[in-house]
Design a protein around this ligand. Sequence first.
Ligand SMILES: Nc1ncnc2c1ncn2[C@@H]1O[C@H](COP(=O)(O)OP(=O)(O)OP(=O)(O)O)[C@@H](O)[C@H]1O
Length: 229
Amino acid sequence: MLRMSKLAKTYRTDTVKTRALCPFDLEVKQGEFVAVVGPSGSGKTTFLNITGLLENASEGEYWLDGLEVSTLGDKAKSRLRNEKIGFIFQSFNLIPELNIYDNVEMPLRYRKLSTVQRKQRVEEALEQVGLASRQKHFPAQLSGGQQQRVAIARALAGSPAFLLADEPTGNLDSKMADGVMSLLKEINKQGTTIIMVTHDLDQATQASRIIEVKDGVISEVEHCAQEIA
Ligand SMILES: Nc1ncnc2c1ncn2[C@@H]1O[C@H](COP(=O)(O)OP(=O)(O)OP(=O)(O)O)[C@@H](O)[C@H]1O
């Protein structure tokens, strides 16, 4: 579970101060699927980056599975991120020089796992996204939808409690986007909490909750969730 209390973010340079997120309270329980919507520049990525421990908040408290994040040093924070959080991005962020197997294995190299354990996890994750037969391919040899599936496998291989997605279907045509969305719903059904930034309102209504960010103000949008199938 994650809980944010009076959390806020201000970016400061010598001359300019930008209030990217106004103070907000939020609780996300294990197993929820949260869509984050809002206009460009409203603070969605900032929110996701703070949630994923990629950036620090400037005020407030952030509790992640019982740990208050601001009390942790950089090393402890990195460990927590590696163990609890998986990321997927609009641009997939695969390493072009590495084959699919090595891309998925990459985050596991920071864990205390044997080669055999790593292999098992990589194979299971690729199986889960339907790409078990593509281990030796390189990213450029796959379609966009398949590359995003590899990125999802890479996130899943670490068995994260939270999967954070920043417009995961933004670079995909609608058919591929539907495939990725179905996969995310299936992963959520199996217990992984998902927080996903999206511009697609149809996708947002498939989530169990919608949060809107507007000019740095975060609010809950009441909606009648479609059943997550
Ligand atoms: N590193 C930074 N330094 C200064 N200002 C920043 C920084 N990162 C973001 N901002 C500002 O914070 C605000 C929120 O940016 P953010 O990237 O979170 O918006 P967004 O909703 O994700 O936008 P988009 O949908 O276009 O990706 C913007 O005004 C942006 O210019």
